[in-house]
Ligand binder design. Structure first.
Ligand code: ADP
Length: 513
């Protein structure tokens, strides 16, 4: 019985396939081609919409008349029957992974308005496409090739197409910026780079796209960059992060990168648009400042320790002296030297934190003892204050006793300093499950909501009109937060302007680690 084989009917591209001598091609003569391939060729031939077939493991290319308009004369008819990689090397990076996934899983996929560069009219054009890839299967469900529906959307898509005024304006605007600007598809593949990013990397757009982020971001930073991006992908939310980019001359500079997702009508991310601000000089200045603080505090430590020793000596000798002016002056001098000593210690701690040299000597301590010791110490100096210690808690915490005392001192001295008209300070302990919370409440000047968001930042001081009257450096809370975090705890504050503040920290009640 004769087996009926589909024949390829009219259509210029179809005619070419029929007329071509395939005997020396790996597929062999047309009559021996698999039925699935012939059927698929018949289907695409009749369609008024651009369609392609990639057949077999070699992905031999076939397309219909409608697709011919998108490729110009350079690729037609030369690419019919060619391996995909040879026919479209410029599209390989974007298309290959998608094709391979469809062949491996047997599941269709699609993408919308994606940049897939194509060589035509003598150059590689940045063309945008909406594609759907379906597997072509045999009767046992084994994928034998790919069936591809595609529409070129370059003209209707205002991203980089120069055919529309909005697109031209976008490109001119982003090219006028000295900051690198980019866009990626939903999967992070670079689909646009402004001239600043190209100049910085010293690459053409095609080189940048095919090299990918691995070539721009130093290898050691890549994991963090990908993690940040994955978080944003999960939330479909804009984000800002610090990223280092490699420059064409080998220099590596830090940028603050802000990215926003562009969503389609269904709320799916279709692309990301990002801008990068060069913060290297700010980082260099910050480093110089850190070095200066480290050196200055180190140099100040020795003379101040010596002054402190002499003041103590004089105090011992003249504390009961008849000359009250002398005795009072020495007491005041001692208090000032103490403040200076604390400031120098904070500055030294700050530079130790920066260099990762702040060491913790942890042990098991009863929090109640630590709090009582600190209160006793402060009560000696602040004789008019009432330190109201509520709910003493006997929980044992695994901590560096001196550092946790330092946190308490910082919070309590702030409660004293920023409440000039009140002498009431409460210290409260609460333990829930495995966590202990210590809170310090004052009835002082309080903080605005916007200040409250920043008080734990380095050098942050509220800018209230009274602030100048409160001496300070803006590092006490930063150090306290760092110490608490190094104990796997957290720190926070609640405050009402003009009413008062509560600063608290939570520490895990746990066995030694
Ligand atoms: P400093 O007190 O040396 O400025 P801190 O880091 O200890 O530095 O505090 C940072 C800022 O937070 C202070 O400048 C002040 O504006 C605010 N602040 C801290 N504690 C309090 C408090 N108890 N009440 C009101 N404002 C406070």
């Amino acid at each position: 019985m004769e087996v009926l084989q589909p024949k390829l009917n009219s259509g210029k591209t179809a005619d070419y396939v029929l007329e071509k001598d395939w005997s020396s091609h790996p597929l062999g003569p047309y009559e021996f081609w698999p039925t699935t391939l012939k059927c698929a060729l018949n289907i695409i031939k009749h369609s008024k919409f651009p369609k392609l077939i990639f057949w077999g493991v070699d992905l031999f290319v076939f397309y219909n008349d409608a697709f011919r308009q998108s490729i110009g004369t350079e690729k037609h008819p030369a690419t019919i029957g060619m391996r995909f990689d040879d026919a479209y090397p410029e599209s390989k990076r974007r298309m290959r992974p998608v094709i391979e996934k469809v062949l491996q899983t047997g599941e269709s996929s699609y993408f919308v308005d994606e940049l897939v560069p194509i060589q035509r009219n003598g150059c590689i054009s940045e063309a945008y496409w909406t594609f759907s890839h379906s597997p072509l299967m045999d009767e046992f469900g084994t994928p034998l090739g790919i069936f591809l529906d595609c529409f070129e959307t370059t003209d209707s898509f205002t991203k980089t197409s120069l055919s529309r005024p909005a697109a031209r304006d976008f490109k001119s605007l982003s090219d006028s910026l000295s900051q690198p600007v980019f866009a990626t598809d939903a999967t992070g593949v670079i689909t646009y780079a402004n001239s600043s990013l190209l100049a910085y990397t010293g690459k053409s757009f095609e080189e940048l796209q095919s090299a990918g982020w691995e070539d721009i971001v130093p290898a050691e930073d890549l994991e963090n960059v990908i993690d940040d991006w994955k978080d944003a992908v999960a939330l479909k939310s804009s984000y800002s992060t610090e990223v280092r980019y490699k420059k064409h001359n080998g220099e590596i500079r830090s940028f603050l990168v802000s990215c926003i997702p562009v969503l389609d009508v269904n709320g799916s991310v279709i692309r990301w648009v990002g801008s990068s601000f060069d913060i290297q000089s700010l980082k260099d200045q910050e480093k110089e400042k850190d070095i200066f603080i480290g050196m200055a505090s180190h140099e100040l430590k020795t003379p101040v320790t010596s002054i402190k020793a002499y003041v103590q000596l004089l105090l011992r000798k003249y504390a009961t002296n008849e000359d009250k002016l002398l005795a009072n002056s020495l007491t005041k001098l001692d208090a000032q030297v103490n403040s200076l000593t604390i400031l120098i210690k904070d500055m030294l701690d700050l530079s130790k934190m920066k260099t990762g040299n702040l060491e913790l000597n942890k042990g098991q301590f009863c929090v109640d003892n630590i709090i009582r010791d600190v209160i006793d110490e402060l009560a000696l100096v602040h004789i008019n204050h009432n330190f109201n210690y509520q709910n003493p808690d006997k929980s044992v915490i695994y901590c560096d006793k001196d550092r946790i005392s330092q946190v308490l001192i910082n919070l309590l001295t702030n409660a004293i300093k920023y409440a000039p008209d009140s002498y009431e300070i409460s210290i409260t302990c609460e333990s829930t499950n495995d966590t202990l919370r210590v809170s310090i409440t004052d009835k002082g000047i309080g903080l605005s909501k916007s200040d409250l968001e920043h008080v734990f930042e380095r050098f942050y001081r509220s800018e209230g009109k009274n602030q100048a009257t409160f001496p300070g450096f803006g590092i006490g809370l930063y150090i306290a937060a760092d110490i608490v975090q190094r104990h796997n705890g957290s720190i926070g504050a609640e405050s009402t302007l003009g009413v008062g503040s509560t600063f608290y920290f939570d520490l895990p009640i746990s066995n030694p680690v």
